[in-house]
Design a protein. Structure first.
Length: 184
């Protein structure tokens, strides 16, 4: 069993293709590619964590469309960390958990990482090596050495595991405000 993370899929959202310069001809192409990428990585016993903004645009309130996409999501358990574009129809899709924020043990030392749609400067256990996974900012910022964007726009439209995230975190700079909020 593995945990897989992604954010800002914006299924069905035509304008996100232009806003984020996504390399798709239309939403059918975008949605199919992301669903295939999920299916290629997330196993039948795995947990899938969508860290906000599952769908948006006109289709975000289209219950048959939302159900069709949701029913194609792989994994044994599907979790939603709510984002600013997750409306009531998305919240009612049958997720195993729905929360605006969660602390989850993952990684080699099973540290208590924080999942929130929005990037944070500090969080519980941040000084003990816990990472924070976020979305919301799309392709504007990959994050810092301990707060990492797991959104599709910076991960080639694929979900990622803790090891992928930790490897990227090691290549990112320390947040410019870290020493102000967490002085040594």
């Amino acid at each position: 069993m593995a945990h897989w993370y992604t954010a800002d899929t914006h299924f069905g959202h035509e304008n996100i293709i232009t806003f984020c310069n996504r390399p798709f001809a239309n939403t059918d192409d975008m949605d199919a590619t992301m669903l295939k990428n999920l299916a290629d990585r997330v196993g039948p016993d795995d947990d899938l964590w969508i860290i906000g903004d599952f769908a948006f645009g006109r289709k975000a309130k289209d219950v048959p469309f939302l159900n069709e996409v949701f029913n194609q999501l792989p994994g044994a358990r599907k979790h939603l960390i709510t984002g600013n574009h997750d409306f009531q129809p998305t919240l009612e899709l049958g997720w195993d958990t729905v929360s605006p924020f969660i602390e989850l043990r993952d990684g080699p030392q099973k540290q208590l990482n924080t999942l929130c749609h929005y990037p944070m400067i500090t969080w519980n256990h941040a000084r003990r090596g816990a990472l924070q996974f976020f979305g919301h900012v799309h392709d504007n910022w990959k994050g810092s050495s301990n707060s990492i964007n797991v959104g599709v726009d910076v991960w080639d439209f694929m979900p990622v595991r803790y090891d992928d995230i930790a490897l990227r975190a090691a290549s990112l700079p320390i947040n410019a405000h870290w020493n102000e909020v967490e002085p040594s």
